[in-house]
Write a protein that binds this ligand. Structure first.
Ligand SMILES: Nc1ncnc2c1ncn2[C@@H]1O[C@H](COP(=O)(O)OP(=O)(O)OP(=O)(O)O)[C@@H](O)[C@H]1O
Length: 301
C-alpha cells in the first residue's frame, strides 16, 4: 500500500537504448507526493521514453522506475494508482465521446462521475459526437477529462495542452489546481514554458537523455543569470565595471549606462555598485525561456 514516505515516482539509473541511440541515460529522479513536477527538454531529449518506461509500455535497458514504491513492470499494481494522458491521443473512431469516457472510467482506478460531467461542460466537449469527428484538441480533451475525473494518486500528462486553445488551457489549469488540492501528484511533460511556469512546483530538465538539473522554479531563476542595468550620474567608468563579482558580460548601452549580466546571486555585485555614483539601477530576473535557452543552447539535443 501507499505510505506517505514513498515518492510518487522514483527512477533509479533508468536507461533505455534503442539500437545505437541512447534515449535515456541513467535517470535518477524523485517526484514527491502532492507536487506538480514539470519535465522539460527539447525534441528528442527522452521525455516520452521516460514516460513510456514509467507506464511500463517499454522495458528499461537498465535501472528501474517505481510508482509509489511499486516497480513499473508490475503493470496492474502501478496502474491502479495512475492515470495517463498521452501526447497523441488516439480514440476509437466509431464510439462517441461519452462511450469512450465510460470505457476509460471502467479501466482506470475509479472515476468521480459528477466531477466528470462538470469537466465535460468546462471543456465544452460535445460527448455525443463520434470520436472520428473530433479534432486533435477534442481528442485531447476526452483524454484529459478521463484523467482528471479519476481519483488516481498520480496523473502523468504528456504534452497535455498542445492542441488546446488559450481558453481551454485556462480550464486545464483550473482542473490541475483542483487535482493538487485533492492531493493528487502531477507529472507534466511540456514544451510550453509559460504553462510550466504557471503550474509547476519543480522542474526536471532533460537534454540528450541526461538530466541536467532539477530545481524549484524560484531557485532555478536565482541560480541562473541576473541582468542589471546601471545608469551613472556622469560617464560610465573605464573598464565598464567588468570587475564586479559574478560578471559574465558587460555592454555599454549609452555614455552613462551599462548592462551587466551576472551569474549566481547578484548581492555581492550590487554591494560594490552601491559605492558608484548611480542615478538608476534596474535588476531583471531572467525569464524561464531564457533559462532554458541557456540550458539548451550550445551542443544541441
Ligand atoms: N522506438 C524507438 N526506436 C528508435 N529510437 C527511438 C524510439 N523511440 C524514441 N527513439 C529515440 O530516442 C530519443 C528520445 O526520444 P523521445 O521521443 O523520448 O524524446 P522526447 O523528449 O519525447 O521528444 P519530443 O519532445 O520531440 O516528443 C530520440 O533520439 C528518438 O529518436
Amino acid at each position: 500500500m501507499n505510505t506517505p514516505t514513498q515518492p510518487a515516482i522514483r527512477t533509479e539509473g533508468l536507461t533505455k537504448r534503442f539500437g545505437p541511440t541512447l534515449a535515456l541515460d541513467h535517470l535518477d529522479l524523485e517526484v514527491e507526493t502532492g507536487e506538480v513536477f514539470g519535465f522539460l527538454g527539447p525534441n528528442g531529449a527522452g521525455k516520452s521514453t521516460t514516460i513510456r518506461l514509467i507506464l511500463g509500455l517499454i522495458r528499461p535497458t537498465a535501472g528501474r522506475a517505481l510508482i509509489f514504491g511499486t516497480d513499473a513492470a508490475d503493470i496492474v499494481a502501478s496502474h491502479s494508482r495512475l492515470a495517463h494522458v498521452p501526447a497523441d491521443v488516439a480514440l476509437w473512431p466509431d464510439l462517441t465521446g461519452a462511450v469512450v469516457l465510460a470505457l476509460l472510467a471502467a479501466l482506470g482506478p475509479g472515476t468521480d462521475r459528477g466531477y466528470r460531467a462538470e469537466v465535460v461542460d468546462r471543456f465544452a466537449l460535445d460527448p455525443d459526437r463520434r470520436c472520428a469527428t473530433y479534432s486533435t484538441g477534442n481528442r485531447q480533451k476526452v483524454a484529459l477529462i478521463a484523467a482528471f475525473a479519476t481519483r488516481a494518486q498520480l496523473l502523468i500528462l504528456d504534452e497535455p495542452t498542445t492542441g488546446l486553445d488559450p481558453l481551454m488551457e485556462q480550464q486545464f489549469r483550473i482542473c490541475l489546481r483542483e487535482a493538487t488540492d485533492r492531493g493528487q501528484t502531477v507529472f507534466l511533460s511540456s514544451h510550453q514554458l509559460a504553462e510550466v511556469d504557471a503550474v509547476c512546483d519543480r522542474v526536471g530538465i532533460l537534454r540528450a537523455g541526461r538530466l541536467v538539473d532539477v530545481a524549484g522554479l524560484t531557485e532555478l531563476r536565482r541560480l541562473r543569470t541576473t541582468e542589471l542595468t546601471a545608469t551613472y550620474a556622469g560617464a560610465v567608468p573605464a573598464g565598464l565595471r567588468a570587475d564586479l563579482p559574478g560578471v559574465e558580460a558587460v555592454h555599454r548601452i549609452s555614455a552613462s549606462t551599462i548592462a551587466v549580466v551576472l551569474s549566481g546571486a547578484p548581492g555581492a555585485a550590487l554591494q560594490q555598485l552601491a559605492t558608484d555614483d548611480l542615478v538608476a539601477v534596474d535588476v531583471r530576473e531572467p525569464s524561464l525561456e531564457e533559462i532554458f535557452l541557456g540550458y539548451y543552447g550550445g551542443a544541441g539535443s
